[in-house]
Design a protein around this ligand. Structure first.
Ligand code: NAD
Length: 461
C-alpha cells in the first residue's frame, strides 16, 4: 500500500500549491484529483477560462466599435464564437500541462480518482481501476466548491446553466437572464453582453456586489447600466421553467421574465459531502463547511483543510495562501495568513478591486477614519488611454493614519490593488504611500493621489 508524508485531496489552486510547497520542504507528497486535468475549478471552469473570454470579448467589442475620435474606423467585424471558445480551451490546456510539469519536477505522486477517508490516516482512491488505499502521516483536504442553485431551479447546463455552462454557450444568447449580481453574474454577464446578448441581472438585495464597498458598487451599477446591462434589484427569483427554447423565470410578487438562457450565479457550496468525513469523526457546519483551528487542523489530529471547504472568501488566491501557510506551519513551525489583506477583484469593465475594510464596515464597528478619493478622470494616463471611469478610495485610521481599506473601480484595478494589499500587510500609513514615488504617467498615480487626498493634499484634483 502506498504511503506518503502528505496526501493532498484536490488539485485546485489551494491543493496543488500546497503540494508543491510541501515538496519544496523535502516531503514525500501525493495529490489525489478526480479530474484528469490538474488546476481545479479555477483553471478548468473558473478564473482562467472566464478571463480568456473576458479579454476576447473585450477585443471583439472594441474592434466592432472602433475609435472614430482617435482615427480608427472599423469595418465589418465578424464573430467566430467557436474559435473564441477554442482559444479559451487552449489557454486552459496549456496551463494544465504546466502544472503537470511542476508536479513532475517536484516528484509529487499523482492519483486520479475520487478520494474518501477510510480512517484518520487512510484515504481510498476510487478511480477507473480497483479502489486503492493510501496511507499518510498527514492529509490535507482542498476539495473546493461547486455552484449552488435555488430550491425551485434545476441546472441542466444547457438552458439553465451555472458558470460552467455559461463558459461554453455554442451560440450567443438573445436574452441571457442572470440570477445573482455577484462576481460570476457580472463577469459572465459582461462577456455575453459584449458578444451581443441582451443581459438582465436579477438580484435579491437592493444593491449589486454584496460585501463590497457600497459607494464602489453603486458606481459600478451606473457604469454597467450605461453599457446596456439591465438590473432588477430587490427581486427574489422563485423558479425557472423551460419550454423548448424559452426559459420563464418566476419572480416573487412580480411579472415573470422570459429569456433563452438563464445563468444561476447565487454562490457556491463546499465539496464536503462525499469525503467520508463521518468515518474520521469530522463534522461539518450546517452549510457544509469544515471547521478548522488557527492552523487549519480539523477536529481529527493530522487532518487539515484549506480553501473553499473551510468558508470565508471563496477565492483562489486565498486558498493558495492558506495551502502554503498550512504546510509551512506543519513542517517548519511558522505559517500565517492575514485575512484582512486578501484582495478581491471583479474582472468587469472597468475592473473593481478591493482590499481591507469597506466604509460601511468601519462605520459599523465605530472606527474613526479619514477618506481620500481620487477620480481617474484627473489621471493623465487614464485620459490618454480613454479609460476615465471610476476612482480610488483610501480609508485610513483617523488617529494612526494606518491604511484600513482601499477600494478601486477603474481600468486595471486588479493590478493596482497589489500595491494596496502590500501596504496593508506592512501596516503602512496613507502617508507612507503618499511619499512613495510612483512612475509617471501611470494609473498607479491615482493610488498615490488618493493617499494624498486622505490628508486633503491631492495635487491634481
Ligand atoms: P456571490 O455570493 O458573489 O453572489 C450571489 C448573488 O446572488 C448575491 O448577490 C445574492 O444576493 C444573489 N441571490 C441569492 N439568491 C437569490 C435569489 N433567489 N434571487 C436573486 N438573487 C439571489 O456568488 P457568485 O457570483 O455565484 O460567486 C460564487 C463565489 O465565487 C463567490 O464566493 C465569489 O467570490 C467567487 N468568485 C470570484 C471571482 C473573482 O474573484 N473574480 C469570480 C467568480 C467567482
Amino acid at each position: 500500500m502506498p504511503h506518503h508524508d502528505l496526501v493532498v485531496i484536490g488539485a485546485g489552486p489551494g491543493g496543488y500549491v500546497a503540494a508543491i510547497r510541501a515538496a519544496q520542504l523535502g516531503k514525500d507528497v501525493a495529490c489525489i484529483e478526480q479530474e484528469p486535468m490538474l488546476g481545479g475549478t479555477c483553471l478548468r471552469v473558473g478564473c482562467i477560462p472566464s478571463k480568456a473570454l473576458l479579454e476576447s470579448s473585450r477585443l471583439y467589442e472594441e474592434a466592432a466599435r472602433g475609435w472614430k475620435e482617435r482615427g480608427i474606423v472599423s469595418g465589418k467585424v465578424q464573430l467566430d464564437l467557436s474559435a473564441m471558445l477554442q482559444h479559451k480551451q487552449q489557454v486552459v490546456n496549456t496551463l494544465g500541462g504546466g502544472i503537470d510539469g511542476l508536479f513532475q519536477k517536484h516528484k509529487i505522486a499523482r492519483y486520479v480518482g475520487h478520494a474518501s477517508f477510510d480512517g484518520p490516516q487512510r484515504v481510498v482512491v476510487a478511480g477507473n481501476d480497483e479502489a486503492l488505499p493510501i496511507t499518510a502521516e498527514h492529509v490535507l483536504i482542498a476539495t473546493g466548491s461547486s455552484p449552488a442553485s435555488l430550491p425551485g431551479i434545476e441546472l441542466d447546463e444547457e438552458r439553465i446553466v451555472s458558470s460552467t455552462g455559461a463558459l461554453s454557450f455554442f451560440e450567443v444568447p438573445r436574452h441571457l437572464i442572470v440570477i445573482g449580481a455577484g462576481y460570476i453574474g457580472l463577469e459572465l454577464g459582461t462577456v455575453w453582453r459584449r458578444l451581443g446578448a441582451q443581459v438582465t441581472v436579477l438580484e435579491y438585495l437592493d444593491r449589486i456586489l454584496p460585501g463590497m464597498d457600497a459607494q464602489v458598487a453603486q458606481q459600478a451599477r451606473k457604469i454597467f447600466e450605461k453599457q446596456g446591462i439591465r438590473f432588477r434589484l430587490g427581486c427574489r427569483v422563485e423558479s425557472v421553467q423551460v419550454n423548448r427554447k424559452t426559459c420563464e423565470v418566476q419572480i416573487d410578487g412580480d411579472e415573470p421574465m422570459q429569456g433563452d438562457r438563464v445563468l444561476v450565479a447565487v454562490g457556491r457550496r463546499p465539496n464536503t459531502d462525499r469525503l467520508g468525513l463521518e468515518t474520521i469523526g469530522v463534522e461539518t457546519t450546517d452549510r457544509g463547511f469544515i471547521p478548522v483551528d488557527a492552523h487549519w487542523e480539523t477536529s481529527q489530529p493530522g487532518v487539515f483543510a484549506i480553501g473553499d471547504v473551510i468558508g470565508g472568501a471563496m477565492l483562489a488566491h486565498k486558498a493558495e495562501e492558506e495551502g502554503v501557510a498550512c504546510v509551512e506551519r506543519l513542517y517548519t513551525g511558522y505559517g500565517h495568513v492575514n485575512d484582512d489583506a486578501i484582495p478581491g477583484v471583479c474582472y468587469t469593465e472597468p475592473e473593481i478591486a478591493t482590499v481591507g475594510k469597506s466604509e460601511e464596515a468601519l462605520q459599523e464597528e465605530g472606527t474613526a477614519y479619514r477618506k481620500g478619493q481620487f477620480p481617474f478622470l484627473a489621471n493623465g494616463r487614464a485620459r490618454a488611454s480613454g479609460q476615465t471611469d471610476g476612482f480610488v478610495k483610501m480609508l485610513a485610521d483617523e488617529r494612526t493614519d494606518r491604511v484600513l481599506g482601499v477600494h478601486i473601480i477603474g481600468a486595471h484595478a486588479g493590478e493596482l490593488i497589489a500595491e494596496c494589499a502590500a501596504a496593508l500587510e506592512f501596516g503602512a500609513s496613507s502617508e507612507d504611500i503618499a511619499r512613495c514615488c510612483h512612475a509617471h504617467p501611470t494609473l498607479a498615480e491615482a493610488v498615490k493621489e488618493a493617499a494624498l487626498a486622505v490628508d486633503g493634499r491631492a495635487i491634481h484634483f
